[in-house]
Design a protein around this ligand. Structure first.
Ligand code: DSN
Length: 435
């Protein structure tokens, strides 16, 4: 089906918005989506997310709503919860957070008193805004105790993390990253959290698809709480979720008079504390995505994402491009330009003009400002969803190297690569864009 046939009403009723959507789709069809946190949701996910379920109000939770007419909504939310719990082996799931940051806000409200200490990786070192960054609510309402990957190796140093935790005695430790290419060792984090009596919370937004696909360890057995978005490698609609244990192992210590266990406190933090009506169209899309992620084909997809990232990394390194951590175990690569005259921003902009869409990013040991950086972060979830394999990564690496080597006079190379990329993309079907 041609894309214009899928928007027959919009095309007539609001040609301005229709045209913008068409132009973005055309851009995505002719460029390489290499932003590590982006992907392509399936038509099924998009249909559910774009359905008339958007019209229904159902504050509350299944069987305990504040509006009538929610029998089917209860079924949908319960299905999303059951599929999600099965996917990760979790005791409890909340599928109402509107995205990752609201999910993390609810996590804080469930286990942290304002002013308490939270150990997290600063966003400038590969953590997330909500892990205690100063301009975010998490750094304003709570006290961040920072830790991060080694400036020399780019790797997490678990002895150093333990030392910081023993010294600072945080209430909560985030183990989660947005720019860490190596496996996260949840067992090591768990023994540190146990030793200091801290809640252990994993933010798996980047790697939930790897975990569901069985190619990264699952934090659920080790953590009190796990949060995620659903629209990254998991290929769901834009949303978030929280998994947790039912009971709070620190109930006596921190919540001795509360009649609510950990699961209930999380639910109450999402609604009514922070949010109103859940977005049921999106929750239906999540249920579809969780069903897709449980298929064997998703396991094959996850394996291919990692194979592609590793092969792309090997090709780039063969051509003299430095990678933080010397490679990857995951879906993402951090190209390290500390030794180059050009910045990460220069590189990301040149690559984008050539049709290779990634983002500039700090790298371990970076001396440049976060507004320019010395790195580019790129990932393979989007290209793998298009059906690309290792041989395609060789071609992608060649384009990347050609553009980078031409900076600062890369204009002609960018134009040539842009045309080649657009032509190459015609060989693939993009989920959710092409039938
Ligand atoms: N914006 C996300 C990312 O790109 O990693 C994090 O929320």
């Amino acid at each position: 089906m041609h894309s214009s046939e899928r928007f027959p009403h919009l095309k007539v009723c609001d040609p301005v918005v229709y045209d913008m959507i068409q132009r973005q789709m055309a851009y995505e069809r002719s460029t390489l989506k290499m932003i590590a946190s982006e992907n392509y949701a399936s038509f099924s996910v998009l249909e559910a997310a774009g359905s008339s379920l958007t019209n229904k109000y159902c504050e509350g939770y299944p069987s305990a709503r504040y509006y009538e007419g929610n029998e089917v909504m209860d079924e949908i939310e319960n299905l999303a919860i059951d599929r999600l719990k099965a996917l990760f082996g979790a005791e409890h799931a909340n599928v109402q957070p509107l995205s990752g940051s609201p999910a993390n806000q609810a996590v804080y409200r469930s286990i942290m008193a304002p002013g308490a200490k939270v150990m997290g990786i600063p966003v400038s070192e590969g953590g997330h805004l909500t892990h205690g960054w100063k301009v975010n609510f998490s750094g304003q309402d709570y006290l961040q105790v920072p830790f991060g990957p080694s400036r020399e190796t780019g790797l997490l140093d678990y002895d150093q993390i333990r030392e910081i935790a023993l010294r600072e005695r945080p209430r909560m430790i985030w183990c989660g990253t947005t720019a860490y290419p190596r496996t996260i060792e949840y067992d090591k984090f768990a023994s540190i959290a146990d030793e200091v009596g801290a809640y252990l919370v994993a933010d798996i937004a980047h790697i939930s698809g790897l975990i569901a696909g069985g190619v990264h360890p699952n934090p659920v057995p080790y953590c009190d709480v796990v949060s995620s978005t659903t629209h990254k490698m998991l290929r769901g609609p834009r949303s978030g979720f929280i998994l947790s244990r039912v009971n709070d192992r620190y109930q006596e210590k921190y919540y001795p008079t509360s009649k609510f266990n950990l699961a209930r406190r999380i639910d109450r933090s999402v609604f009514p504390c922070l949010q109103g009506g859940p977005h049921m169209n999106i929750i239906a899309g999540m249920a579809v995505a969780f069903g897709e992620a449980a298929q064997d084909s998703f396991k094959e997809y996850a394996q291919q994402v990692v194979k592609n990232a590793r092969h792309l990394g090997a090709c780039l390194m063969n051509d003299g491009i430095q990678l933080a951590c010397g490679g990857t175990d995951t879906h993402l690569l951090l190209l390290d330009f500390r030794a180059e005259e050009f910045t990460g921003k220069d590189a990301a902009e040149a690559l984008a003009r050539a049709g290779i869409i990634a983002n500039f990013n700090m790298v371990p040991g970076d001396e440049r400002k976060p507004t320019v950086t010395s790195g580019v972060r790129m990932g393979t979830p989007g290209l793998t969803s298009m059906g690309m394999k290792e041989n395609d990564m060789e071609q992608v690496a060649k384009w990347i190297v050609r553009v980078l080597r031409a900076i600062p006079n890369s204009g002609d190379v960018e134009k040539a690569v842009r045309a080649e990329v657009a032509d190459y993309c015609k060989n693939f079907k993009i989920p959710g864009l092409d039938d």
